[in-house]
Design a protein around this ligand. Sequence first.
Ligand code: U2F
Length: 566
Amino acid sequence: QAVFQSDIGALMEQVGTGKESLSFMKRRIRRLAAQWASAARRLDDKLRNHWREQKRILVHVGFLTEESGDVFSPKVLKGGPLGEMVQWADILTALHVLGHNLKISFSLKELHGFLGVPPGRGSCPLTGPLPFDLIYTDYHGLQQMKQLMGLSLRKHKCHIRVIDTFGTEPAYNHEEYATLHGYRTNWGYWNLHGQQYMTMFPHTPDNSFMGFVAEELNETERLNIQKNKVKNMAVVYGKEANMWKGKEKFLAILHRHMEIHGTVYYEAQRPPEVPAFVKNHGLLPQQELQQLLRKAKLFIGFGFPYEGPAPLEAIANGCIFLQPKFNPPHSSLNHEFFRGKPTSREVSSQHPYAEQYIGRPHVITIDFNNSEEFDATIREIMRINVEPFLPYEYTCEGMLERLHAYIQNQDFCSPEAPFPPINSSQTWLGSAPSPFNLLPNSRILTWASNASSFSSWPPLTALRVVASLESESCVKACQTAGLICEPALYRFINIRETFSALDFQCEGVESEKNHLFPAFSAEHAECSLQQDPLLFSCAGSSAKYRRLCPCRDFRNGQVALCKDCL
Ligand code: U2F
């Protein structure tokens, strides 16, 4: 049985010392300890009657190992990316607070030791059982584990979870499919289950959403923030001078109305190239940045960095986040930063989560090229009053709840019970003619009454089947229905009867490896089922197909979990 623990002493010791990245994480863990402890108490109350199994967990942070080059640690104090460090610090704390048996490795040597593979012998198969129930790592760590364990990695890979900032879509993850169809990148092709990849934001339902946390306010702090807001104070998002390059025009407009602050790293001899009217504080410790955000009215992004934690922190401290809309959207097909990343997700603004999940009044997303609109928006921002806001999924309690649910329920190791009762041509053989019911006055199917007899997480009771329009992905189709796509439920709808229940008349039914299937092609009245469960994918669309989509409901503020998921 896992028991919540609020003392972080043992965790701090395990993280160790000797690198700026580790010190950054430890400062963060210490600063947020009280917030985690009170969240743990609340979740404990909420889960009162739940048995939580204590798992043996290894966390191997590949990108911070010397062997992978560790380009991040030397930049911690110089304006380099900190988002990943924020996330790993929070993952470590959450696993520790949930009371699991945790081992942490930041080097190949430690990894060798924990896996029981003697160092310096090259690849060495792990002959005995894996001494862990779960391993959290990243793409670098995965590569290192492959070198270390050779072919035996394959046997154990269902235990692995990959922390993957921007996400990996199934078409890129499937080695053979990616190679044959042009989805091969430097990162993908590990043939994992899509939901073994865990992202920083809920980018795609094909992956699991791990997230991180932002600081929470108590009532007094909330009131003080409201009182002390300076209505003409703006902070610019971007701690490296090159993030400000070419933005002089916007800065000039902004400067007409507001006092502009920055936190751009600089060396004493060489101040950064930002306009003289900017009050630059230099890179601040996280805590001092929070204080600055508490006073500021506006936090403004100029397009880079993409999808970082800072906008959530700003919104949590009562700022309005103003950011540029990308038209056309940025993606691995048209933008250098995303090129080679194993996803074709279209990034519609600097921070699509802020745009789509939070929105006005906290987040305003506009075309920055329209100077009049830009100017009018700044003036509007100075007028309106906005309260601090933090989505539940980015609170400590939300992250603990989500991680708890994943740890206790996600299982990629047990051979999936072949979905009964169907035969080899994927035809339903149950007692009723079709396992589906049509929801009244809609085009949405639910599973008929005996849902509870099939073991699944999320449970089959959450399933809502929707057909996409042509050229529409399942991500979009579910969203339009007020739901979210749930790849774990694909196997239940990959049967002939789904087509007839949705009134698609099939001339023929075939089964093929295609990440868009199951789908209906209107032109040939052809119904296609999915042959390889690894290719079940919410992402992806084609003008030729109407896709069958397994959607589900979700909890308010916790999109990763369905209403019956806890
Ligand atoms: C993102 O990485 P970044 O590190 O650039 O993300 P930010 O949103 O800028 O901020 C990360 C943290 O840096 C902190 C701040 C955030 O939690 O509190 N910070 C600070 O301590 N002092 C300061 O003066 C300013 C900020 C993203 F997270 C990565 O995954 C991407 O690789 C990267 C590129 O898109 O963007």
